[in-house]
Design a binder for this molecule. Structure first.
Ligand code: GLN
Length: 548
């Protein structure tokens, strides 16, 4: 029988619930148990694919092609395992299947009601995902915060599961304890209220993770324990850390893993399991001080007056992993593509970087700025990694400035162009015509065959690779010949040779563009082969003294 841990948020969002889930999972894994995790997003969207990144953050793509929440990426990175589509749920998805079943007369003539049919569907999805992942322990993160209308039905499902399997289900509340600057004292009251709100949904938390700027002291632990009837040693201090990768180590210090297992009536397995690899990773993170400076040219940064880096989280993490592997300290700067359109002189700032990434993107805004940046990186021989849209814009740039196709564009922002060097994939035309945008891109893992002369072949060390995709446009095969004649190397293509997957410029220290998103497969302890090669090239640039 599997065990289930529901993790819910209190007080406010954005305090690291996803990372807490991933960290609890990592700690339990280190005690010898198979752990998986589910993300529940209470919004109506069927998946995250139709949302603007500034609205939602990164859309994380799974191996089996689901467009999910960025927390799934945290689970993959911390648990070192692929999380599949079954582990992602939204209100839209749950309702869609209940309505579908009702239309098929699968409720046998019953009145189909919000309660119990929606919670029942939620429970059956959790059980199915747990079986499929073959997990001893499934951690289920309920998005949002308690008290929100939208996650009530998910809390109801959690409550019902507890009722059915009392000893196999437990609840963790991730709360936040503010320290108002004028008072200078950590306040527990919002947490007490969050627990009361959870109680009113029929749920008593077994553990409270207290997120705060500082460690939680004994006095406050007692206050929460007494006011909410929770064991004192189940109130866990979770202070801010410099790196999220420190969190499993902090949880281990609080013996959270053992306490959770004890509540389930289990104990740590004896054998080879431990957190040693994680501890060495953290010691590299803390000690590396040899800087590698990476610029990311993008556009999904701003929400109101605040800069939001969430849109590119997997790219950021992949850069970090590759740097740590070589004992380097990554420093990442955000460069706004549109600023280059306003003033070309700003391009010179790109020379301050050891390497520059142009990540994925959609639509026309910022495009010309990205193309200008790519031209600068190509001509000044600065290591460049283009991811999906970044690769497509590299092809446009090369077409314009090397092949002399001055009008070259992507069909995405110029549908009637005469020189669409990037064009819509034939199988996508119908989707766009019929406004079918939801989960209709080319999604998930596809194979790619590497050219043995390429940097990529050298990086991966194998002829055939598999990487995750999320796109509607591709390199237009009509232009393959002219691009190749002018020196572009198609370093990776699909096994049927129909799709360009990777481009490279051989006469450059590192100029690589991928139609896929390697960042989704990067893991903290090893890094991703392409990011590793990119960071190595960036380090070589520093060593050659090319920085000025
Ligand atoms: N907008 C481009 C396409 O649909 C690139 C997508 C991306 O960068 N993920 O092909």
């Amino acid at each position: 029988m599997s065990k289930f841990i529901f993790v819910v948020g209190g007080v406010m969002s954005g305090v690291g619930k996803g990372v807490a889930v991933a960290s609890i999972g990592r700690v339990l894994q280190s005690k010898g148990y198979a752990v998986s995790a589910i993300k529940i997003d209470p919004y109506i969207n069927v998946d995250a694919g139709t949302m603007n990144p500034t609205e939602h953050g990164e859309v994380f793509v799974t191996e089996d092609g689901d467009e999910t929440d960025q927390d799934i990426g945290n689970y993959e990175r911390f648990l070192n395992t692929n999380i599949l589509s079954d582990n992602y749920m939204t209100t839209g998805r749950v309702y869609e299947s209940v309505i579908h079943r009702e239309r098929n007369l699968e409720y046998g003539g019953k009145c189909v009601e919000v309660v119990p049919h929606i919670p029942e569907e939620i429970i059956s999805r959790i059980v199915r995902a747990t079986k499929k992942a073959d997990a001893d322990i499934m951690i289920i993160e309920i998005g949002g915060t308690v008290g929100e209308y939208q996650n009530l039905l998910f809390l109801e499902a959690a409550r019902m599961m507890k009722l059915q399997n009392f000893h196999d289900v437990l609840f963790v509340l991730v709360s936040f304890l503010p320290v108002p600057s004028k008072i200078g004292e950590m306040k527990t009251k919002p947490t007490q209220y969050a627990i009361r709100t959870l109680n009113s949904a029929g749920i008593q938390p077994d553990f409270v993770l207290c997120r705060a700027a500082y460690p939680l002291d004994e006095v406050r632990k007692q206050k929460i324990a007494i006011s909410a009837s929770i064991f004192l040693d189940h109130i866990i201090s979770a202070p801010d850390v410099d790196s999220i990768y420190e969190i499993p180590i902090n949880f281990e210090k609080e013996k959270l893993g053992e306490k959770i297992l004890k509540q389930f009536g289990w104990s740590p397995k004896t054998g080879v399991w431990n957190l040693n690899d994680w501890e060495s990773l953290v010691s590299v993170i803390q000690s590396a001080n040899d800087v590698v400076k990476i610029g990311i040219v993008g556009k999904y940064f701003k929400t109101g007056d605040f800069v939001l880096k969430d849109s590119y989280i997997s790219v950021i993490e992949a850069v970090k992993h590759a740097c740590w592997r070589l004992n380097k300290k990554p420093v990442i700067d955000w460069l706004n593509a549109e600023s280059y359109e306003e003033d070309k002189n700003r391009l010179a700032e790109l020379s301050n970087y050891d390497g520059v990434i142009i990540p994925g993107g959609f639509g026309a805004r910022g495009v010309e700025g990205k193309i200008l940046a790519i031209q600068y990186l190509r001509e000044n021989k600065i290591p460049f990694l283009g991811l999906c849209f970044g690769m497509q814009m590299a092809v446009v740039e090369f077409s314009r400035h090397v092949c002399g196709l001055t009008d070259a564009v992507s069909g995405e922002f110029c549908p009637n162009s005469t020189t669409p060097v990037i064009h819509i994939m034939p199988e996508q035309v119908q989707n766009i015509r019929e406004n079918r945008y939801g989960s209709t891109m080319r999604l998930g893992a596809f194979p790619c065959v590497l050219d043995e002369r390429s940097i990529c072949y050298n990086a991966y060390g194998e002829k055939q690779i598999s990487e995750r995709h999320r796109h509607r446009y591709e390199v237009n095969n009509v232009y393959r010949d002219i691009l190749e004649r002018h020196g572009l190397l198609f370093a990776g293509i699909s096994p049927d040779r129909r799709l360009v997957e990777i481009i490279e410029i051989p006469d450059h220290p590192f100029f690589v563009g991928t139609q896929f998103h390697p960042e989704f497969k990067s893991r903290p302890n090893a890094g991703h082969p392409l990011f590793n090669a990119f960071i190595e090239a960036a380090i070589n640039r520093v060593c050659r003294g090319m920085l000025f």
